[in-house]
Write a protein that binds this ligand. Structure first.
Ligand code: GLN
Length: 313
């Protein structure tokens, strides 16, 4: 469906009608039983512009599990605090072309993960946060609350506990990293904090607000209080480049082709996309494709970006 709306609010309403699933589509991850309880026809979308306007439609105020979208915020926070500039010695910036939880490249790369958005790389980032200030998951939560100007973002303890019980794969990745000396804190604690920040729940509206610094050279939106910068303009450009090349794992190329924006997905069905200089879009619908990305969410973003001409290309 190609939208014909003229205004942003009208466009979002049309996208909800066009893309809200009429029944279950795709799959939900078996490793996080909690996510199977979400209404499969949920669909929400929100746009927060660099000018400070927020548009939202559908289930845009329903909190959902942000999962891997949290990896953008943990990376931003680690870079913010990385005065000694050590992070990039511990994680690369190359797309992996493999599944988000893959182990295969770690041995060839001597325990240096291909990028910070696959699980191996995100575990290293969580370790850095834990090493810097302790309570990594609490740091990420406080950061997204500050960025969105909302106290609603919370950690879903039940989802985290359920995932932790089935964390053999993430524990394997973490142990492997530790064996190469690329995990400094206690292995189990790092996985716990990683799963904890993945289990943050947020609405599309709050997530779009929290992400506008990525569209605005690091500057936060007016909802985040007195003006401050989450990152420098240069750091922000670089995070966007990593989102474009690695944000949707082994579907990053396809997403760049269809949507043309830096994006980050999570297995909770959310996708955050950044239109530099314009705004940040968050879409959510729980049904996933084989690579762990929201089916309806990606389709709606493709429609939105083509309608608005927001592609970075
Ligand atoms: N917590 C999930 C995991 O570690 C996050 C994965 C994702 O959203 N792609 O498997």
């Amino acid at each position: 469906t190609t939208a014909v709306a003229t205004g942003m609010q009208e466009l979002l309403e049309e996208l909800v009608v066009a893309h809200r699933p009429r029944g279950p589509v795709g799959s939900v991850p078996a490793s996080i039983p909690h996510l199977g309880r979400v209404e499969p026809t949920s669909f929400g979308i929100a746009v927060a512009t660099v000018g400070g306007d927020v548009y939202a439609a559908g289930d845009s105020d329903v909190p959902f599990s942000i999962q891997s979208i949290s990896k953008v915020f943990s990376l931003a926070l680690a870079l913010r605090q990385d005065s000694a500039n050590t992070l990039w010695r511990r994680v690369l910036r190359e797309p992996s072309g493999t599944a988000f939880n893959s182990l295969v490249q770690l041995e060839a790369e001597s325990g240096i993960p291909r990028n910070p958005f696959i699980n191996a790389g995100a575990l290293v980032v969580t370790d850095v946060l834990q090493e810097q200030r302790g309570d990594a998951r609490g740091q990420v939560l406080a950061f997204v609350q500050a960025l969105s100007g909302s106290s609603e973002p919370a950690i879903d303890g039940a989802a985290a506990a359920g995932e932790l019980e089935r964390s053999s794969r993430n524990l394997a990745l973490a142990n492997f990293l530790a064996d190469f000396g690329n995990l400094r804190c206690d292995v189990r604690q790092v996985v716990e904090h990683y799963v904890g920040h993945c289990s943050i729940t947020m609405s599309c509206r709050d997530l779009a607000r929290a992400g506008t610094f990525l569209a605005d050279g690091g500057r936060v939106g007016p909802w985040a209080g007195e003006p401050w910068s989450a990152l420098t303009a240069e750091q922000t450009r670089r995070i966007n480049s990593i989102m474009l090349t690695c944000g949707l794992y082994d579907a990053a190329g396809e997403f760049a082709y269809r949507v043309g924006l830096p994006g980050k997905s999570g297995v909770g069905g959310g996708i955050m996309a950044v239109a530099p200089g314009r705004g940040t879009v968050c879409v959510w619908s729980p049904g996933l494709d084989a690579k762990g990305n929201s089916v309806a969410g990606a389709a709606a973003l493709a429609d939105l970006s083509s309608h608005l001409g927001w592609s970075v290309f």
